[in-house]
Design a protein around this ligand. Structure first.
Ligand code: ADP
Ligand code: MG
Length: 715
């Protein structure tokens, strides 16, 4: 009998030698940032005047002059070549949600049999990839299929190393011939600008005028799974869909909570060390690593960075996780729910707003003036999240995240805000603020009263909230592990810009004398109108779902298709349009792409479910039936009765399960490719249920797919 892929994978794993530690040591500061063309490198590399103009471009968003571009390109080329680069690429983020690159070498033939290495200002500033195959949601006719990439100097160029060479990667935006955005980065950058403009207006109402722009800090905690590559090879579902479409629960999974923060296995720590090293070389400040709740699940988090760069760094982090895993005979799964029945993976988006002078506007201050500003920004966020809760839900919607949101390990699909008891109490006081009755003892006078100092590490951390205040930042926890963080941050920046705009408009009408009163009244009104979004309780419970929807009127958009529909709402179209983040046509394009990608994923999963059930699982089950039947026939032929009762019972049981699987497969078959996705999903689930029931009845050596007990524990 030939060994199944699964059994030979297990043999491979068992035979792998365990390696003793080799502590070569690592001088972190000498490698840190060596592969990124950072401001520091540029300051050393560029003439002073060029450097100054470039910094002005980066910090103030001024357009880049062509002579500056040429100088920068030249210096960048020298630097890249010194790092062994032979090629450059514009590195962009089309609406696929992944990154894209098309390499060109620096070589230019000198027509005398040799080459010179060239990289012109034009090569740096603009590219024209043949982009006809990127999703465009109807924005581009095929006869105008050209797309343009344009340098984003706010995210530094970097070197991607491969086995025998390296490539200079230049972060760029990607747009159509007619200038419409076809990527995730352009709207993100526009939203940052909108937020800066509106937040500056509010700051100036507080007498805080200053040069420069407001920035956003983002820290992205990334969860992922690791499985052994040999076992992965026996799972076409993992290879095609990134998640297991089949698999009975293993006896032990996460019920003992012994993986969370557990000692990290030597093989995994070796992987993590190499990941950190690669990230540090890229100037990505990887900081935290640990085992997560589910077996074989881990987390990595960097120190926060400026929003645009943080989003790019996260895309590179996912890539580094995948490539380094491969070197360790592991496969990194970034899907939101690779395994049924245990925790899925998210990407916690920690977000705060920073003033031009570097003050975190979500840091409650130590004096009444700072407190007033803090409460104003806080109320803007409360208002934004409540009014645009549908958009926040929409921006984390994906076929993968549908398995996670609302499952009892992840925030529900209902958006709400957790403030913690102390801050919640202050907000309640604010609501009663100005009251002249005896209750006024509990009322908050903005600009007069000082807030208590909150402990930064609030002990009452609520892990069940999708949007939680954590000391000096908000943490948006509903983001999916596999998605680009660009979308969620674009939405957050835009809706908060809108709320700040409304606040600024009121405050600009106040006089010096009545400013505190106007502010007090405004914040009180905002709290009154939006407090239904505030929820400190357990977001996982059914009671909350009921209360949220029935009493508070909050949205509960359970599936992605429902969530995408909010993009048709006029007030949502308006907010993107008003702040020039996405035009109605650009937004329509996102709607088209989201719904199409969703349908394609379900179609691929349905096709894979059908194929695997029919060609792998059913044959294994039938082989079990055959073995049982022939054993039974033999016994009967020998006139032996012992054993026949067990065989008969097994045969009936497995036979019944085979029939159930057969009919579930037959039900699914005509629906593969159907756009009636809820029905397709129900039929896929029925096939899975039947197959998983068979898994624990079929002889182990006949089972073709790596089991959960192996995938989750043999690494
Ligand atoms: P956890 O939430 O797991 O306890 P931390 O609170 O330490 O972890 O930080 C999580 C992430 O939030 C990290 O990436 C961290 O750098 C980032 N972070 C910390 N402060 C801020 C801030 N003011 N703005 C944005 N991100 C922040
Ligand atoms: Mg966190």
């Amino acid at each position: 009998m030939t060994m199944s892929q699964r059994k030979s994978a297990l043999a491979t794993i068992a035979a792998r030698p365990s390696e003793a530690p080799v502590n070569e040591g690592l001088d972190v500061s000498s490698i840190y940032g060596q592969n990124v063309y950072s401001l520091k490198t540029m300051r050393e590399d560029l003439p002073k005047s060029v450097y100054k103009k470039l910094v002005a471009t980066i910090q103030k968003g001024e357009p880049i002059a062509s002579d500056i571009a040429c100088e920068v390109a030249n210096a960048m080329k020298r630097w890249a070549i010194s790092k062994g680069a032979t090629h450059f690429t514009h590195w962009f983020q089309p609406l696929t949600g992944a990154t894209a690159e098309k390499h060109d070498s620096f070589i230019e033939p000198d027509h005398q049999g040799g080459v010179i290495l060239e990289f012109k200002g034009g090569n740096l500033v603009q590219g024209e990839p043949d982009a006809s195959s990127f999703p465009n949601g109807g924005l581009r006719a095929t006869f105008e299929a050209r797309g343009y990439t344009a340098w984003d100097p706010t995210s530094p160029a970097f070197i991607k190393e491969s086995k025998t060479g390296s490539t200079l990667c230049i972060p760029t935006v990607f747009c159509s011939y007619t200038g419409e955005s076809l990527d995730k980065k352009t709207p993100l950058m526009r939203s940052l600008q909108a937020l800066s403009t509106q937040a500056k207006r509010v700051l100036s109402c507080f007498g805080e005028d200053s040069e420069g722009s407001i920035s956003v800090s983002v820290g992205l905690e990334q969860e992922y799974f690791l499985v052994d590559k040999a076992l992965f090879m026996s799972r076409p579902d993992l290879a095609q869909c990134g998640r297991t479409l089949f698999g009975a629960a293993s006896a032990k999974h996460q019920q003992m909570d012994d993986h969370y923060f557990g000692a990290i296995r030597p093989r995994i720590i070796g992987f993590m060390e190499e990941v950190d090293k690669e990230l540090w070389k890229l100037g990505i400040p990887s900081k935290t690593r640990h085992n997560e709740v589910a077996p074989a699940q881990f987390e990595i988090a960097p120190v926060f960075e400026s929003c645009n760069w943080a989003v790019d760094q996260n895309m590179m982090t996912m890539e580094v996780l995948r490539t380094v895993a491969d070197r360790h005979d592991l496969v990194c799964l970034t899907h939101e729910k690779p395994f049924a029945g245990i925790n899925g993976s998210g990407k916690h988006n920690n977000w705060s707003i920073v003033s031009p002078s570097g003050k975190n506007l979500l840091d409650p201050g130590t004096n009444p003036h700072d407190n007033a500003r803090f409460l104003t920004v806080l109320c803007a966020i409360i208002k934004a999240v409540n009014e645009y809760q549908g958009l926040l839900r929409m921006c984390v919607a994906s076929a993968g995240n549908d398995h996670r949101l609302g499952a009892n390990e992840a925030p529900p699909a209902i958006i709400s805000i957790f403030l913690g008891d102390q801050l919640h109490d202050i907000i309640e006081q604010l609501e009663q603020g100005g009251a002249t009755s005896s209750k006024s003892a509990a009322s908050m006078h903005v600009g007069v009263d000082a807030l208590p100092t909150f402990p930064k590490d609030t002990t009452d951390r609520n892990r069940t909230s999708p949007f939680a205040f954590t000391g000096n930042k908000f943490e948006f926890r509903a983001v999916g592990s596999n998605q680009s963080a660009a979308g969620p941050n674009t939405v957050l920046n835009t809706i908060v810009a809108s709320a700040l705009d409304e606040i600024a408009t009121v405050l600009e009408g106040a006089t010096e004398e009545n400013f505190n009163q106007v502010l007090q009244d405004l914040l009180q009104k905002i709290v009154k109108e939006n407090k239904q979004i505030l929820f400190n309780g357990d977001g996982y419970t059914d009671e909350w779902k009921k209360e949220a929807v029935e009493q508070r009127g909050l949205l509960n958009l359970v599936t992605s298709p429902e969530a995408y529909e909010v993009l048709k709402k006029p007030e949502y179209i308006d907010v993107f349009n008003k702040y020039s983040v996405l035009s109605p046509a650009e937004l329509e394009c996102r709607y088209e792409v989201h719904t199409e990608v969703y349908a394609q994923i379900i179609e691929i999963e349905a096709q894979m479910t059908y194929e695997m059930a029919k060609t792998m699982i059913l044959p294994a089950a039938l082989s079990q039936v055959e073995t049982l039947a022939s054993n039974l026939t033999s016994l009967k032929g020998l006139g032996i009765t012992a054993g026949t009762a067990t065989l008969t019972a097994s045969l009936e049981k497995v036979g019944g399960l085979v029939d159930a699987l057969g009919s579930a497969i037959a039900d699914l078959e005509p629906l593969v490719g159907s756009h009636d996705t809820p029905v397709v999903i129900a039929k896929m689930n029925a096939v899975r249920d039947a197959a998983d029931a068979i898994e624990i009845e079929v002889a182990d050596d006949k089972w073709p797919l790596a089991k959960y007990s192996e995938l989750l524990f043999q690494y």
